[in-house]
Design a binder for this molecule. Structure first.
Ligand SMILES: [Zn+2]
Length: 460
């Protein structure tokens, strides 16, 4: 009799257990659980607070960058994942040095303005650099001038990000050339230096840095970005006094490459352990910034994807990795190292998603893949309509996951509200308090939901 009772209890337990198994739920119910779990959790948001307060200014080659990688490894280790590790990446070793100085000089008047050097930029002499200024509108503006007009001067690139575009990424793409190639083109015209209007949609006092191209020796001149408010001031003063001078001093150093780390956490797949779905962001930030939206938020969302899937009890068929890529901002060493290791280990990567457009309200995905695969991913769109996630279209994946294209991996970039992104981008204004927890969590849920569907149904 006792045996029968035990057997009965065991069957009841088994039945009720099966009842709660996530695999028994409809896809709609699973997505509901994913979005509800994301919305109710404060963990990722609190982790972002810690990251931005403890490890701001975390360029890949700086000690803060390496410490941030070790810390994210620790928090993933506490999640009982199947595999957590650091992956070596060769990164560019650039140091800003002391705070830069920028001064507009007119007669005996001196006005201090906010400037910062560009990544990969070079130092001025110890005394700094002073010259008359010639203002141009972007690279195309400089190309309208003769070398005689430019020789011995500082070129002031003052092309404004077009404020009338709905998507400021378009305006960014149209103006970023002056930052990327301006210091080289100015050198070709015989300029001594360049001052570049910050790539920002706001008029404020934050200089926004960013990287310039790789140039050898004297191919480029020293360069600084100037806060948009001070760019307007300089431009207005030049209209009245074209003979004013500008002084600036930078102290940057370019050293031989060094080693930093990607931090990776993984849930190993039950059926296809050597087939991977990667979700990631980049852990490095500019050294003038806490890097909350760019891209600490995207990293914490990626870890959150693993937490959500574990919490709802989903056991993926494929291995799912959260990857904190290192060195997106200067030489993309983390993304390259990840591809190298994938090839070396014969890993098949069936999908990669990146969140690196700010952790504001999500609206869907841009997809970089062949049209058949885009169609398959877009076929999941109906599952997302209750959550306002409607964008499933051909487009860009992301800088860090980009190298995976070489092995045929379909890439998805999380699309978020871009309205204010360039007010925060690459400057001291990219702070934790600009991040809305619900929006950030909804982004994590959106990625977790797509990963769930693709893991379950595949893309073949
Ligand atoms: Zn970024």
């Amino acid at each position: 009799m006792k045996k029968i009772v035990i057997l009965f209890i065991w069957i009841i337990a088994l039945l009720s257990c099966n009842e709660n198994k996530i695999e028994k739920h409809s896809d709609e119910e699973v997505l509901k659980q994913i979005f509800e779990e994301a919305n109710s959790s404060i963990i990722a948001h609190q982790n972002l607070k810690y990251l931005t307060e403890k490890f701001p200014k975390r360029l890949a080659c700086y000690p803060q960058g390496i410490e941030a990688a070790k810390w994210t490894k620790e928090i993933m280790e506490q999640m009982n994942l199947d595999n957590v590790f650091l992956q070596e990446a060769r990164v560019m070793n650039w140091k800003r040095g002391d705070q830069e100085i920028g001064i507009i000089k007119l007669n005996d008047k001196e006005i201090n303005v906010n400037v910062c050097a560009l990544g990969r930029g070079i130092a001025t002499s110890e005394d700094g650099l002073e010259a008359e200024v010639i203002e141009v509108e972007g690279l195309e503006g400089l190309e309208l001038l003769t070398k005689d007009q430019v020789n011995g001067k500082i070129v002031f690139f003052n092309k404004i990000m077009n404020p009338n575009y709905k998507n400021p990424f378009r305006a960014y793409n149209e103006t970023a050339g002056q930052r990327f190639s301006g210091p080289k083109l100015a050198a070709e015209y015989g300029a001594l230096g360049t001052v570049i209007r910050s790539l920002s949609t706001a008029v404020d006092e934050f200089p926004h840095t960013g990287t310039m191209g790789i140039f050898k020796g004297s191919e480029a001149v020293p360069a600084v970005c100037i806060a948009t408010k001070h760019a307007e001031l300089l431009s207005n003063m030049l209209k009245q006094n074209s003979d004013l001078t500008f002084y600036f001093k930078t102290n940057c150093e370019n050293k031989p490459d060094t080693i930093s780390y990607n931090a990776i956490g993984e849930i190993t797949g039950s059926e296809f352990p050597n087939e991977y779905i990667t979700v990631g962001g980049h852990l490095d930030s500019w050294d003038n910034s806490p890097g909350a939206h760019d891209d600490g938020g995207g990293c914490m969302q990626s870890i959150e994807v693993l937490r959500i899937l574990k919490k709802i009890g989903y056991k993926p068929k494929h291995s799912i990795r959260a990857v904190m890529f290192m060195d997106e901002e200067i030489s993309q060493g983390g993304g390259k190292a990840y591809l190298e290791q994938a090839i070396k280990k014969g890993e098949k990567h069936i999908l990669a998603i990146e969140s690196d457009r700010g952790v504001t309200a999500p609206s869907g995905f841009t997809i970089d893949a062949d049209s058949l695969t885009i169609g398959k991913i877009a076929s999941f769109k109906a599952f997302f309509k209750d959550y306002g996630i409607t964008v499933f279209e051909k487009g860009y994946g992301g800088v860090d996951i980009g190298p995976l294209k070489e092995i045929g991996t379909p890439l998805c970039g999380l699309v978020t509200d871009p309205t204010h992104y360039f007010e925060w981008h690459h400057c001291a204004n990219d702070t934790f308090d600009q991040v809305n927890r619900e929006e950030m969590q909804k982004g994590a849920a959106t990625m977790a939901a797509l990963i769930y569907l693709i893991d379950k149904y595949g893309l073949e």
